[in-house]
Design a protein. Structure first.
Length: 366
């Protein structure tokens, strides 16, 4: 059965989040910057949207130079708000985890995933899943993403790069060799400038040429392990697995409501399956929790949370249900806009180690 590996990349993530939050930015050059604080404009560009890139701005460019390139272009220069981007990323990854077999986040804006088991190696089924993932992210967050799929991480990453912005590139297992053959070696995942420079010195400029190289020559130049990886990467035979976090720090589930609502009970009723999902995750992992958080995402995509922490680790479904419901009531009283999405998260995890639930005798404390 062929492997089905995917790579998801959120397009110009920080800048796109800012565009969603402020629709007036659409169509304008947008750069999200890290300011050093030494002077008003000291620092570097972290992310630029595609309009800014067309004007010659790229990540890592000094802010002063970027501003010169964008002068007179109605550009928006925005200070990085990492906490905001982390919250959006967490929501996306939480939802994605429930749609794939295995999820391996590799950064705030990208992740590998595996669909081999659920699709039984059927690339048509995998394509439908990828399309549904892209649609779910857009419907929930108004963000586009690029997705690549193939039989290895290298192929999947190349696919997502080619699909930018907002596209989907699927490379069926039997098309891998023809897909890889013309690819420049510097485009291969895991190949940096130093490695690509050495390969060029060896007369190797494409993946096809790398696949035809003498393994002993690669071993002499790069060592047995990395030389072997390069050969496998060039043929799409790299078997590096998609690996989930081996020690979870939290479990959560966020659902999109059937309609925006200001009624916390209506929102919580639609979260029932999400509550059960979180409890199943706890049970499967053999974990208990001390902190439970209700998550409200409103019509303007702002997020509010309410949390309670227990004195003793908990693990039962009843506690999650009752506490979540109470926390949603608190969210409802403090909300000014209707809820669009609702979620629940358990954190401060610990191993159960045979403990029994004490929720009948204990009360949560703030």
């Amino acid at each position: 059965m062929p492997r089905v590996v995917g790579h998801l990349d959120l397009d110009y993530f920080y800048a796109q989040v800012e565009e969603v939050e402020d629709p007036s930015l659409k169509g304008r050059p947008v750069i999200v910057c890290v300011f050093s604080g030494r002077t008003e404009d000291s620092g570097v560009v972290s992310t630029a949207n595609y309009r800014a890139r067309e004007l010659g701005v790229h990540s890592g460019m000094p802010i002063v130079l970027a501003k010169k390139k964008l002068e007179g272009k109605e550009a928006a220069v925005i200070r990085m708000d990492h906490r905001k981007y982390e919250e959006v990323s967490a929501r996306i990854m939480e939802d994605l985890e429930g749609r794939v077999d295995v999820l391996e986040p590799t950064g705030i804006d990208e992740a590998f995933f595996d669909l081999t088991a659920s699709t039984r190696g059927d690339y048509s089924a995998a394509t439908k899943t990828a399309e549904s993932i892209k649609e779910a992210i857009f419907n929930a967050e108004h963000l586009t993403c690029s997705v690549g799929m193939g039989r290895s991480k290298v192929v999947a990453k190349l696919g997502s790069d080619m699909a930018k912005p907002g596209g989907l590139k699927v490379v069926p297992a039997d098309a891998t060799a023809s897909f890889l053959e013309p690819i420049p070696v510097e485009k291969l995942y895991g190949v940096g400038p130093k490695t690509s420079s050495t390969l060029l010195e060896m007369g190797i400029s494409t993946a096809g040429q790398l696949a035809a190289a003498d393994p002993s020559d690669l071993e002499k130049r790069f060592g047995k392990k990395f030389g072997g990886f390069l050969l496998l990467a060039s043929t799409g035979d790299d078997s590096s697995p998609v690996t989930a976090d081996l020690e979870p720090t939290q479990f959560s589930r966020i659902v999109t409501l059937k309609r925006d609502t200001s009624d916390p009970q209506e929102a919580f009723a639609q979260l029932a399956e999400g509550v059960e999902y979180v409890h199943r995750k706890l049970t499967t992992a053999g974990k208990s929790f001390r902190t439970l958080t209700a998550i409200g995402i409103y019509s303007d995509l702002s997020t509010k949370t309410k949390s309670r922490t227990f004195e003793t680790p908990m693990d039962d479904l009843g506690t999650i249900r009752e506490t979540s419901a109470a926390l949603f009531e608190e969210l409802g009283r403090s909300a000014e806009k209707p809820l669009r999405r609702a979620g629940v998260r358990v954190s401060s995890l610990s191993n159960k180690e045979g403990q029994t639930s004490l929720s009948e005798f204990l009360h949560p404390v703030k």
